[in-house]
Design a binder for this molecule. Structure first.
Ligand code: UD1
Length: 370
């Protein structure tokens, strides 16, 4: 069985890593395409190194651009690759522009599409990722889901239940596989931090960082928090650009207990999260990772597509207003969380996916198979 696997942006790399490993251990010819949506060393290469992901067989080198431009360029460059490679299936992960772009090309060439991390819904169509998720799921032949809400969402959207498999979370496969190694990172010493006495912050969503009023409000909450709890802020390139453009970086610079760093590699960031008192973020994946680590998470968004992290995990969705962020922070200090690890988040999701794919392929190859 030949599978063409697609990755493109930072959150894809920790999802593709355990899949490539599971495929390598089975009679599966797994080829890897990097679209080049993320291209900086610290947004891309660092993850291939830390996670021992095989070098991509093909790099489409699309780079940055508007959504339409980026999506179109990925499609244009992926089509000849697919015609040449002729795989039995194309596998896409997550919800980034590379996911929908390559998915569309595959189905138009009538090559079966496999979506890993299907079914998540924020019900907020102003999020580009929500559009990518809805569309990718609508055209996929096999949908691998991380949490029960995803299965319910797909049923409600009329997806054939035979295509849907609740398998757990490949991002958590990567976390569990690298926890011990991450313990050896010296990031705490480098940043002069004491375990459980600091917080970590990440921000990159357009809804938070493109509007100076929203970003300014978040900074007001941070000014308050860092007086009590030192904060580390690895800054996403989009956020860095906006902070500089709007002059808000000067305000950050005045916070004496907040350290700004470049985006960190996987192992350093995992160590930083696992020893933190609190994590503040607008990322999707970090809500899941903190749930498994048992570290309190404040999600600076109006909603989440990952409700299991709130129902069972450590996540509080607090929104973007300074008062609500501070109220969430105080609940954390008061010992608010009682985490449980969601079902099937056990480090074996990629293996389940690989086995299901082999059975599916065997069924199709039999005479009369679908
Ligand atoms: C993308 C994903 C988002 C994911 C995030 C993680 C979509 C719609 N969004 O958002 O779901 O959570 O990745 O980072 O696909 N840039 C660099 N170097 C890079 C990559 C980006 O400098 O290696 C800068 C560019 O100025 C670019 C901007 O970051 O314009 C945004 O990059 P882009 O890939 O368009 O989206 P993200 O905001 O990273």
């Amino acid at each position: 069985m030949k599978i063409l696997n697609v990755c493109g942006a930072r959150p894809n790399f920790m999802k593709i890593a355990p899949l490539m490993r599971a495929f390598a251990a089975r009679p599966i010819n797994a080829r890897l395409v990097h679209t080049g949506q993320h291209y900086d060393d610290n947004m891309s290469k660092a993850f291939f190194d830390d996670l021992h992901i095989p070098r991509p067989d093909i790099n489409l080198e699309v780079g940055s651009g508007s959504h339409a431009l980026q999506t179109a360029l990925i499609m244009q460059r992926f089509e000849p690759v697919l015609l040449d490679e002729k795989p039995d299936a194309v596998l896409v992960v997550g919800d980034v522009n590379s996911t929908i772009a390559c998915g569309l090309v595959a189905v138009k060439l009538q090559i079966p599409l496999v979506h890993v991390e299907a079914g998540l819904r924020s019900f907020d169509r102003t999020m580009p990722e929500e559009i990518n998720r809805l569309l990718t799921d609508a055209i996929s032949d096999l949908l691998f889901v991380t949490e029960p809400s995803g299965v319910r969402n797909l049923h409600r959207e009329g997806i054939d239940p035979a295509k849907i498999h609740l398998v757990g979370n490949v991002m958590i496969d990567t976390l569990l596989a690298h926890r011990e190694l991450a313990e050896r990172s010296d990031i705490l010493t480098r940043l002069k931090l004491t375990p459980k006495e600091y917080g970590v912050l990440t921000l990159h969503r357009p809804a938070n960082v493109d509007d100076p009023a929203v970003l300014g409000g978040i900074l007001s909450a941070l000014e308050e928090i860092q007086r009590q709890t030192p904060l580390v802020f690895p800054v996403h390139p989009r956020t860095r650009g906006n902070l500089e453009r709007t002059g808000l970086s000067a305000r950050l610079g005045r916070m004496s207990n907040l350290v700004v760093t470049e985006p960190l590699g996987y192992l350093d960031f995992l160590k930083l999260m696992s020893s933190a008192r609190v994590v503040l973020t607008d990322s999707g994946g970090i809500q899941e990772e903190t749930t498994v680590l048992g570290v309190p998470c404040l999600t600076l968004r109006a909603n989440t597509e990952r409700p299991v992290t709130v129902e069972q995990g450590t996540n509080q969705v607090v929104g973007m207003s300074p008062d609500a962020i501070l109220a969430g922070y105080r609940r954390v200090l008061a010992g608010y969380v009682r985490p449980r690890v969601p079902e099937l988040w056990d480090g074996k999701a990629a293996e389940r996916i690989a086995d299901i794919l082999l059975r599916w392929h065997a069924g199709r190859s039999r005479p009369g198979g679908a």
